[in-house]
Design a protein around this ligand. Structure first.
Ligand SMILES: *[C@@H]1O[C@H](CO)[C@@H](O)[C@H](O)[C@H]1NC(C)=O
Ligand SMILES: *[C@@H]1O[C@H](CO)[C@@H](O)[C@H](O)[C@H]1NC(C)=O
Length: 236
């Protein structure tokens, strides 16, 4: 299971290669990341290492130029949960809309923890030009943490000369279209990705399951073959 998670993370990390700006929560503690027309997006990781650290207490602020807003989209999320059903005694990420002296929570007040199913699949969109990501970890049980894509957006009407009009009434800088990452929050800036999955789904559930079963059988044969070889060699 852990190796599967690792493969997924590495794959996602490869897709991220296209991004200009990478940030790590642990090295950006207390810092401000400023998005601008020439730097309209970035990716925030918990840490440069596979697992995040204990006892973190970090605020990272992301700002946008006046009149623009910020979209935060979760690429991965694996955060240790505590013993209760809330995140209050767990490692947790909370997201604030606005500056700390004014504004409101975008995430639940006690933060987000758990896995990707516990975070909104369309991410969070600020209503202001600033957001604070507040990340705390306790002194036990670490996990892989999160990867968050963030980028500028504005509300419609879009400026056709500089912006791409998403299907969800958002406008994003046109250079973010077709970068293999969801910058609209509904994938509408990634028609190739959508059509790839669309084709896959259009094949029908039966064929998709057939392909998966075939792959599993091939894998089992390989493993059995290897074990047989090993046993033979061992006997010689
Ligand atoms: C970090 O942000 C949270 C809320 O967003 C706030 O309660 C806390 O005081 C902030 N910490 C620092 C060190 O600014
Ligand atoms: C965010 O918007 C406010 C006005 O609403 C403005 O004063 C501030 O300079 C903007 N922040 C940045 C980083 O441009």
């Amino acid at each position: 299971m852990a190796s599967l998670v690792l493969v997924v993370i590495v794959t996602l990390a490869c897709i991220q290669v296209q991004v200009k700006a990478w940030y790590f929560m642990d090295s950006e503690c207390g810092e401000v990341i400023s998005l601008t027309a020439s730097d309209p997006d970035g990716v925030l990781y918990t840490s440069a290492s596979l697992y995040y650290e204990d006892n973190m207490n970090c605020n990272v602020t992301i700002t946008a130029p006046e009149g623009q807003k910020i979209l935060l989209i979760f690429v991965s999320f694996e955060v240790d949960t505590g013993s209760t059903s809330t995140c209050s005694d767990a490692d947790a990420l909370s997201i604030w809309d606005g500056s700390l002296d004014s504004g409101s929570w975008l995430s639940p007040t006690d933060g987000l923890c758990g896995d990707l199913l516990n975070v909104p699949s369309y991410g969070y969109a600020t209503s202001t030009n600033e957001t604070v990501l507040y990340w705390t970890t306790d002194n036990s049980d670490n996990s892989y943490g999160f990867i968050i894509n963030f980028n500028l957006y504005t509300s419609t009407p879009c400026d056709a000369t500089t912006e791409f009009a998403c299907s969800n009434d958002r406008c994003i800088p046109s250079e973010l279209k077709n970068n293999l990452r969801d910058n609209c929050g509904d994938l509408s800036d990634e028609p190739e990705v959508l059509s790839f999955f669309g084709k896959f789904l259009a094949m029908g559930l039966g064929i998709v399951i057939g392909i998966i079963v075939a792959i599993v059988i091939v894998c089992i044969c390989c493993v059995v073959g290897c074990i047989c070889c090993c046993v033979k060699c061992g006997k010689k």
